[in-house]
Design a protein around this ligand. Sequence first.
Ligand code: CU
Length: 176
Amino acid sequence: MMATRRRVLAAGGGGLAALALPGRPRAAAVELVEMRGTTRGERIWFAPLGLAVAPGTVLRFVNRDRGNSHTATCYHPDLFGRVRRIPAAATPWDSGFLLPEESFEVRLTVPGVYDYYCIPHEMAGMAGRIVVGGPGDPGFEGPAADRGDIDPAALATLPAFDVLLARGRIEGGEGA
Ligand SMILES: [Cu+2]
């Protein structure tokens, strides 16, 4: 049996206090994002590609791809000098390399759009987008405008902000 690596980070302030705000939908305990791939590795992707969650939600990334190690890594200057694509007040996260069936958890409390990618597979379009809260939340920061410091394949993979917000979840995947 494969050892499971689990780390929990508190990204940004707020924590559980955010759950107690009146009128806010109660955050799900955990939302799952899987790293997947075809058997021969021709395609790899995050499933879902896009997810809208309430502030305070814990994301759990799990590598379900038997053939590859993957990371979930924010676009942020503190992580390999990338242009920031998460809210300014949020703490960037990097899962490190997850072997098959390993997982990584991060709690997202700061409202806004978070774009992330897989370090070895960004050029293959392995990227995803999370929206925390919505434009009505104080300090909500929309999608990054920068198009220069992200691989074109990854940029093309990211779900459109308005579509993601409307649907709450974009699966994408092998046929996308
Ligand atoms: Cu990957």
